[in-house]
Design a binder for this molecule. Structure first.
Ligand code: PMP
Length: 372
């Protein structure tokens, strides 16, 4: 018998606010077509794999030592990449990195949120924002988006002035709905918010491919209150590598040092991420194709009678179903795993390879004829 297996979770002296909660995570099912976690469907090219392997081997020779705690080389590479990608000149001092942008967001909340403080988000949005708030004992204030899931900027400005949150999350493009927020509108939100505004740009490369600029363009004017969070998990095809980063004013990076764990990013993670960044062009070559596939899927879903939310990202929210949970199961029964994000009547599908998208569209066309 497993040692301690008679101990029940309910018997532990757990924090009251964690009682009865479930861990976050999409089902990891062994299904042929997996379109549920917004990854890039294309595996890394062989030259990237070889570079990661060689770099990790080199780094392994130093495994008896702690890694560079300040991630200086990696931050320099990220600054160069982000400057190229967004056209905004950024340096090492503007960048910080962690194990996925989830850890980045957690560090931001540890620094600027916490007990007695509030974080505001425009819902529906990324469901980890309230969970990270809860984990850091920051009160989460959900503010509804319009019925079509767009942001009403005038209303948001009023709400920010009224609620005065310590941290505001704006996801652009928004997960799970897909719309992005223009920098001019973001500037109005930052002006109205008394605390830090975190623009979560996990899917930005997909939007940038269609000419929508990053919020980094505002750092020069709004850097005292703005943090732009990004990740290598999505367009960059590095979800398994766990590398998230942010761009902000140097003082913000200094503030984050007060909460980061020493040596949080292993020598292997740093080496692998630097190798992947050397192949950015090859990896991001798939972005235009994925954006074109996104538009093809949207068009075909609409033609099959679905209600489709226009997306700037690599996923699409669609419906409507009488019972989204039952419809999700209908797709699964046809070998296609998509995501029930908890929005009534809707489901979210990630853009996959053309073959995977065809399998999804076949299932969707079939299910459109059924009462779901
Ligand atoms: N932000 C948003 C909006 C996301 O959708 C995700 C991934 N689902 C993340 C952040 C976190 O991604 P990661 O930790 O892999 O960088």
């Amino acid at each position: 018998m497993t040692a301690g297996s008679t101990v029940r979770l309910a018997d532990l002296p757990l924090r009251e606010d964690l009682r009865g909660k479930s861990p976050y995570g999409a089902p990891q099912l062994d299904v042929a077509v997996r379109l549920n976690t917004n990854e890039n469907p294309y595996p890394p090219p062989p030259e990237l794999v070889a570079d990661v392997a060689a770099s990790v081997e080199e780094a392994a020779r130093e495994l008896h030592r702690y890694p560079d705690r300040d991630l200086v080389a990696l931050r320099g590479d990220l600054a160069a990449y982000l400057s190229r990608q967004t056209g905004v000149e950024l340096t090492t001092a503007n960048l910080w990195a962690a194990n996925g942008s989830n850890e980045i967001l957690q560090q931001i909340l540890q620094t600027f949120g916490g007990p007695g403080r509030t974080a505001l988000g425009f819902v529906p949005s990324y469901s980890m924002h309230p969970i990270l708030a809860s984990g850091t004992q920051t009160e989460f204030v959900p503010v509804p988006r319009r019925d079509d899931f767009t942001l009403d900027i005038d209303a948001a400005v009023t709400v920010l002035a009224e609620k005065a949150p310590d941290v505001t999350f704006v996801t652009s493009p928004n997960n799970p709905t897909g719309q992005s927020v223009a920098p001019a509108d973001l500037a109005r939100l930052v002006d109205a918010a008394p605390g830090m505004v975190v623009v979560d740009e996990a899917y930005a490369e997909f939007a940038e491919a269609t000419g929508r600029p990053s919020a980094t363009t505002l750092l020069a004017t709004h850097g005292h209150k703005l943090v732009v969070s990004r990740t290598m998990s999505k367009a960059f095809a590095f979800a398994g590598g766990r590398l998230g980063y942010l761009a902000a004013a140097p003082a913000v990076i200094d503030a984050l040092q007060l909460v980061r764990l020493p040596y949080h990013l292993s020598v292997l993670s740093q080496a692998a991420a630097r190798a992947a960044l050397r192949h950015a062009e090859a990896t991001l070559g798939s972005v235009a194709l994925l954006a074109a596939e996104r538009d093809r899927i949207s068009g075909e879903l609409a033609a099959a009678g679905y209600d489709v939310v226009a997306s700037d990202a690599n996923f699409i929210l669609f419906g409507r179903f009488a019972d989204a949970g039952r419809a999700w199961k209908g797709f699964l029964d046809q070998g296609v795993l998509i995501r029930d994000v908890g929005i009534p009547e809707r489901l979210r599908v990630t853009v996959g390879t053309p073959e995977e998208n065809d399998a999804f569209l076949t299932a969707a066309t079939d299910l459109a004829t059924q009462e779901l």
